[in-house]
Design a protein around this ligand. Sequence first.
Ligand SMILES: NC(=O)c1ccc[n+]([C@@H]2O[C@H](COP(=O)([O-])OP(=O)(O)OC[C@H]3O[C@@H](n4cnc5c(N)ncnc54)[C@H](O)[C@@H]3O)[C@@H](O)[C@H]2O)c1
Length: 338
Amino acid sequence: MNESVNVAVIGAGRIGRLHAAHLAHRIEGARLTAISDVRLEAARECAEQLNIPEVFQDHRKILDDPQVQAVVICSSTDTHASLIAEAAAAGKHIFCEKPIALDLKRIDDALAAVEAAGVKLQVGFNRRFDANFSRMREVIREGQLGDLHILRITSRDPAPPPIEYIKVSGGIFLDMMIHDFDMARYLVGDEVEKVFAVGAVRIDPEIGKAGDIDTAVVTLQFANGCLATIDNSRRAVYGYDQRVEAFGSEGMINAENETPTRLRLSTSEAAREDLPLYFFVERYTESYLTEMRAFLDCIRQDTEPPVTGVDARVPVVMGKAARLSFEQNRPVAVAEIK
Ligand SMILES: NC(=O)c1ccc[n+]([C@@H]2O[C@H](COP(=O)([O-])OP(=O)(O)OC[C@H]3O[C@@H](n4cnc5c(N)ncnc54)[C@H](O)[C@@H]3O)[C@@H](O)[C@H]2O)c1
């Protein structure tokens, strides 16, 4: 039996409810003691469903409780940096959803607070914990592909989020492609030097009016010479499209979409198979469980979290470089982003 860790969740929205349900029922050795949300009714509803002992509107009640060892920050992005600093000062270990902030100074201040307090910080780049992608990384590390030449990431959502969300999201590069920037670094195992981005509004003019784009293709040049492309769309009519291909001097490896079944129906007219799992909750459930188990393990074993502060910061820099490249229609060196 794993030594038990007392955890509380801050933010009872989409991802907060998901992590809370996992901590309550599916993660061995986690004791979910409390949940808070500025919308008290959201926290209450979640607590009732999951039998969470304490519910608060004010997260400080959680931070003041000496029994709480770790917090899982799932509130809106604009609150993450200050909550990290407060939680660190209270001596709590921290799991925080991506991104820490859209502003590098705020990220750096939050990371400094974590460093000063000597607590753990893991950031929610859950796709690293997907079985396909973690195995793909191992295959690359083992040298089975030889020298890595090209990485291709396709990442398309089934439908755009509400326009109100888009307006405060930080834009497609920081809100959506940030996961793909992290995946590219994770798989290639190196840093990006140069970014070139093109983008367009192809789905909904309202997204354009909100100052964002809904379709983007980015080319990355890594320091080790590997080239990568990422394509994002806010709407794939067939569901959540999450495919990756790595190509090297000795071979190629690719991850296809996950489907509800592996069945293939062939008739005289066509061969049919299931559409991809609809969205991130369905597609990445196992990865959310694995990342949270890894976080609790690093607390128990006093080891470094598998997704660090640097891992949290670099994709934001890449997102800013991509935005600048798109705006100025030129390749941007990551080093230009200060
Ligand atoms: N890793 C992933 O795959 C993934 C998926 C979805 C969302 N996210 C990230 O998680 C965060 C939340 O996203 P969401 O989709 O759950 O949003 P959401 O709007 O559904 O939920 C956010 C919740 O936080 C609450 N909140 C705001 N300020 C708070 C505070 N100070 N204290 C407590 N609660 C507060 C809001 O009332 C709301 O209930 C975002 O940063 C997002 O980028 C990550």
